[in-house]
Design a protein around this ligand. Structure first.
Ligand SMILES: Cc1ncc(COP(=O)(O)O)c(C=O)c1O
Length: 458
């Protein structure tokens, strides 16, 4: 079933605002939440409403206001809310069994077979799957696996990386605040600069960014005096997510693959945010034809049910029993959803629509950029698109406050759009891949209006 054959998935008219935002019932629920839930929440400070239900790429709040969802629960709802095929799969699984750990079920076997049949490059039908629960859990297990097979402890991660904050994997997440909160030193992790074309400080004009980064990594590995202990793995996002929807140059991943091959270092590709069709290919590495040794999958694979998986080459499958544990690994509901989601997203017609609509969006965002004083760069692939907000285009001064204002104004006008980036100044488009055309166009108008309002205050 393709998105086109599906008919409209979203609420008919959106946005449709009937009350001031937040409305009276939302305010009540928010106040009660404040009373009982931790003050460390962040999303409720900018999306301050209470949700009744989601439908396709729209969200209806408890006061009956309808919003366009360009947020997708942080890039989780790739098929949108309540996709009929996913709901049917969940419903029938719900009536069978909802938890049973590692014991095979039809849902588990269906997921394993389908996933293996759609893996990138040489991984296809030639890999093993280790079930985990969250993105962080998958990355944590992936790093343990790399260390186990390489018998080396040090992992190279990248500036701007985000691999989660639970357990030791917080060391691979570059923002040191998270490590501080967790009380973790960045033991056994070193950071190489991620090729971020808009902000990369080249050592000389005209220098090839990928070559420069790869030369640095090569030095870390080969120079006995580099200060870096023997490297047991490299973990990379093919397009950085939380770091700012940063698209590296096309030659970066193939060059990284080459270095890993040369020194027999496992290459861990974190597809938690970029996978499941987000970039217009099922996996982002497919744009360059790079095959990972280990791959992390989560977010939209479960359609909102927390599941994740580590996929790795068969030759690594010499692991001790209970190598990685967790009661909730491979929840049957998530696996049933995952199989159906893969079956839909893997279709070339579905992916081609994401690519062509993605090009359309990039063109429209680019036009808005050209009319604006504060959009420094538009970049992206498929439906993973960034608008980097700056207060000075020449100096590229990060417009963190401005981006906050754009997000706030969009929300007041009925569109959820979130930020990311080193400075929290990047407006990112991460709507469901099934979003209808009118919700793209209305969202774009509201985006431009909100950018204008924000720059008027400059
Ligand atoms: C690329 C990437 N890896 C890992 C994670 C961590 O996933 P989780 O929040 O489920 O632990 C995220 C979350 O945003 C992510 O974007």
């Amino acid at each position: 079933m393709t998105v086109l054959a599906q008919g409209r998935l979203s609420v008919e008219i959106a946005p449709l605002l009937k009350t001031k935002i937040p409305g009276p019932r939302s305010l009540e629920l928010l106040e009660t939440q404040n009373r009982y839930e931790t003050s460390s929440r962040s999303y409720t400070s900018f999306f301050n409403f209470a949700v009744d239900y989601g439908k396709g790429s729209t969200i209806v709040d408890v006061d009956g206001n309808t919003f366009i969802d360009w947020f997708g629960g942080v890039s989780v709802m790739n098929l949108g809310h309540g996709h009929p095929a996913v709901v049917n799969a969940l419903r029938s699984q719900l009536e069978k069994i909802t938890h049973i750990t590692e014991i095979p079920t039809e849902a588990r076997i269906g997921y394993l077979k389908t996933l293996n049949s759609v893996l990138p490059g040489k991984m296809r039908d030639n890999s093993k799957v280790l079930m985990t629960v969250t993105g962080a859990d998958a990355c944590e297990a992936a790093v343990s696996l790399a260390r186990y097979v390489s018998k080396k402890q040090t992992i190279i991660a990248f500036t701007g990386s985000y691999h989660g904050i639970a357990g030791g994997i917080v060391g691979a997440t570059s923002n040191y605040h998270y490590r501080d909160y967790a009380g973790y030193p960045a033991q056994n992790y070193v950071y190489a600069p991620y090729p971020y074309p808009y902000r990369f400080r080249r050592s000389s004009e005209g220098e090839d960014i990928s070559k420069e980064v790869i030369a640095g990594i090569r030095e870390m590995i080969t120079d006995p005096d580099s200060g870096v202990p023997p490297v047991g793995g490299i973990i990379v996002e093919p397009i950085q997510g939380e770091g700012g929807y940063i698209v590296p140059p096309d030659d970066f991943l193939p060059m990284l693959r080459e270095v890993c091959d040369e020194f027999s270092i496992p290459l861990i590709v974190d597809e938690v945010q970029s996978g499941i069709g987000r970039t217009g290919k099922l996996w982002a590495t497919e744009h360059q034809g790079v095959t990972p040794d280990i791959m992390c999958i989560s977010k939209s694979i479960g359609g909102g049910i927390p599941i994740s998986s580590v996929v790795y080459r068969k030759e690594y499958d010499n692991l001790p029993k209970a190598f990685h544990l967790g009661t909730y690994r491979g929840n049957p509901l998530g696996l049933a959803a995952g199989k159906v989601i893969l079956d839909i997203v893997k279709e070339e017609q579905f992916l081609e629509r994401v690519r062509s609509k993605g090009r359309y969006l990039m063109k429209r965002f680019e036009e808005i950029k050209n009319r604006s004083k504060v959009i420094g760069e538009v970049r992206g692939k498929g439906y993973m698109i960034a608008n980097e907000i700056v207060s000075d285009k020449q100096k590229k001064t990060p417009g963190t406050e401005l981006a906050g204002k754009v997000r706030e104004r969009m929300f007041r006008n009925g569109v959820l759009m979130h930020t990311c980036g080193h400075y929290g100044n990047v407006m990112r488009f991460m709507a469901p891949l099934t979003i209808e055309d009118d919700l793209l166009d209305k969202g774009l108008s509201i985006f431009e209006e909100s950018v204008r309002e924000a720059e008027a205050g400059l």
